[in-house]
Design a binder for this molecule. Structure first.
Ligand SMILES: Nc1ncnc2c1ncn2[C@@H]1O[C@H](COP(=O)(O)OP(=O)(O)OP(=O)(O)O)[C@@H](O)[C@H]1O
Length: 629
């Protein structure tokens, strides 16, 4: 699964591949951090390098102290002689601690800034891409991965910085040791590498086990939801599924526990082997030091410093090995983010070379030879449609399911771009106007409306965020959509939160939601109101009130109505009938009835439903091919 990208990549990659990719990932982390906050990034970089230098200086000062203490002469004099080096050691240790604190402060300050930089970048793109981006199969999946990638940004930055700090620490020890005696570097490597290898190997094992348990974890996740969520609670009880689900849970957990124990054994064995080999290597180093001492190759103080250096290097290396894994796994997720941002750029609207003019009030919308092909569809959803809607008119788009009404309306609303043809606003293609300004003159009540997790008042107010959300405006819009009384009856009236996932949140019925979304459309009082199936869930009284409000716009503002309830379009100035994407008829209700075409057929069929039906239906004749032999 995509959320396991990082762990999977780490489980599958060899150590060489991991190390080969680290520089790129660390560079990426430094770049984000730099963009988010230059000052703090510089502080972390300077403090990390400074701390490394202090570590090396500390070891050299330690050696100086030991040289003085191991020299001949009375103890008092030796201590006195060691005092300057001791003072340096104390200063270096103090500065190093201070730099550590400075790094901590800077990283803490970086965290929210990096999070914000990355997350805001993502939302800048996801809210700006053209609607057709969401038709591409991979886009939604890509976007989810990118969301996980935003969480990884700060982890990547932090682990990269810790990795750099660990490496600088190891380097500092190596430099100090070489200064004391070059042969000690070899001793240092021999004593530290086995443990480092064991740590990396144990990480590999953990990641491998995690990936092998992917299906099991998903099953557990589903079981968690089934046993604890509201949606499944009624059926769980009515069918007595409790035992069944708990048994499933036990079975999965038995396997999981077994696997975790096996993993723990393997990891312990690996680290024990590493510790054993590391211990033996350290013993060899100590023997080597002893031989060098006896041979007079190095002074006692150098040997003692080397012992301290080995311990310091082991600490730094264990940081490095841990951070290598983190940088690599988090880096994979972050690559999902950067990859998405690059691919999404192709869906961003073309920036205007010169500022485009704002359109005046609507006089006329003209659809000129417009066609729209959805990706992976053989036939166009809208096929070479030409029509004109004039200011003040109420027009209707009718036609069977899938005939292209919503798609055509989306192009008029500038939400979709035609594959061929143009949509003109006041005689000029919409692309030549400032698109944001065109959109402020249009309100769209979509068929697949969104239930915003806000209060009832805000759910209506989102229809016009450009203007102040005055309560009287909200209530008047609600009244036009037959929503006012219904909202007043809610526990907190207009302030009722319409989301059950929050405390005191409420949910509404389908028809009640539809009233709220219609009110959202009325609030803007736009030049052009497009209403796509606004009454499919309304009761007859609410439907009547809604269409009365639509009729009130007649002559004053323009309305495009999409509905299957043909009784509601009788009064439209013009009815456009679509069939398989093409405009097949247009005219007033009376003209279309007189023409006795597709509209007349649909109307007659619907009207027949309201005629008195026979009390008993005649039996359906047996189908010849299904008759009993
Ligand atoms: N996002 C999409 N991706 C691919 N095909 C789509 C998409 N949206 C709609 N279609 C297809 O385009 C055609 C026209 O759909 P559209 O929603 O415009 O029809 P409609 O007339 O509004 O239908 P209904 O009366 O059911 O609302 C249909 O064949 C539909 O399957």
């Amino acid at each position: 699964m995509w959320w396991e990208t990082g762990v999977r990549a780490r489980a599958e990659a060899g150590l060489f591949a991991v190390f080969a990719e680290l520089p790129r990932l660390v560079a990426q982390a430094v770049a984000i951090s730099w963009r988010a906050d230059r000052l703090r990034t510089s502080v972390v970089a300077a403090a990390t390098i400074g701390a490394g230098a202090m570590a090396a200086g500390g070891l050299l000062a330690t050696q100086r102290v030991l040289v003085e203490l191991f020299a001949g002469g009375p103890t008092g004099e030796k201590v006195l002689a060691a005092l300057p080096a001791l003072a340096v050691l104390a200063a270096v240790t103090g500065v190093r601690a201070g730099l550590g604190i400075a790094t901590g402060y800077a990283v803490n300050g970086l965290t929210p800034r990096v999070d914000r930089e990355v997350e805001r970048g993502l939302f800048e793109v996801t809210t700006a891409v053209r609607l057709d981006a969401f038709d591409a199969d991979a886009f939604a999946d890509d976007m989810e991965r990118a969301t996980r990638g935003t969480d990884s940004a700060i982890s990547l930055v932090q682990s990269s910085m810790n990795l750099i700090a660990g490496l600088v620490g190891v380097l500092a020890v190596a430099v100090a040791v070489v200064v004391i005696h070059p042969l000690l570097l070899l001793a240092l490597l021999v004593a530290t590498l086995p443990n480092a290898w064991a740590a990396l190997r144990a990480g590999h094992l953990r990641y491998g086990t995690y990936i092998a348990g992917s299906v099991r974890r998903r099953r557990l996740w589903i079981l968690h939801r089934l046993m604890a969520e509201r949606a499944s609670a009624p059926e769980l009880r009515s069918y007595g599924l409790r035992r069944f689900l708990l048994d499933q849970y036990d079975r999965v957990m038995d396997t999981e526990t077994g696997i975790q124990l096996a993993l723990a054994r393997r990891v312990t064995t690996t680290t024990a082997v590493g510790a054993l080999v590391g211990g033996l290597a350290t013993a060899v180093v100590y023997v080597l030091l002893g031989l060098l001492l006896i041979d007079g190759q190095i002074p006692l103080a150098a040997a003692a410093t080397c012992v301290i250096a080995v311990q310091a290097a082991q600490r730094s290396l264990s940081t490095v090995t841990f951070q290598v894994d983190r940088v690599y796994t988090e880096g994979q997720h972050f690559s999902d983010y950067t990859g998405f941002m690059a691919r999404a750029a192709a869906y961003l609207p073309d920036p205007a070379d010169t500022p485009r003019p704002a359109p005046g009030p609507l006089r006329e919308v003209a659809v000129q030879g417009v066609t729209l092909h959805y990706p992976d569809r053989d036939t166009p959803a809208v096929d070479d449609v030409t029509l004109i809607v004039r200011a003040g008119q109420t027009v209707a788009f009718v036609g069977e399911n899938g005939s292209g009404k919503t798609t055509l309306a989306a192009m008029i609303a500038t939400l979709r771009t035609p594959t061929h043809g143009t949509v003109e606003w006041n005689g000029r293609p919409v692309t030549e106007w400032d698109l944001a300004q065109v959109r402020t003159r249009i309100a769209v009540v979509t068929q697949e409306y969104h239930k915003w997790p806000f209060t009832a008042a805000t759910n209506i107010a989102v229809g016009d965020v450009e203007r102040e959300a005055r309560q009287d405006r909200i209530e008047s819009a609600a009244a036009r959509a037959a929503a006012h009384e219904m909202i007043k009856d809610l526990p907190y009236g207009y302030e009722t939160l319409l989301d059950r996932t929050f405390a005191k949140g409420q949910d509404l019925s389908g028809g009640q939601w539809q009233r709220i979304t219609a009110a959202r459309g009325f609030l803007r009082d736009a030049d052009l109101l497009i209403m796509d199936e606004p009454s499919s869930a309304l009761d007859p009284r609410a439907e009547d009130a809604l269409f009365q409000a639509i009729r009130d716009r007649h002559g004053r503002a323009t309305t495009i109505l999409i509905t299957h309830r043909l009784a509601n379009v009788r009064h439209a100035d013009r009815i456009f009938v679509l069939h398989e994407g093409a405009l097949v008829e247009s005219g007033t209700h009376d003209e279309l009835i007189a023409a006795d075409g597709r509209y007349a057929d649909l109307f007659a069929l619907q009207a027949a439903g309201y005629d008195a039906a026979p009390a008993v239906r005649p039996p359906v004749p047996a189908q010849p091919d299904r008759a009993a032999p």
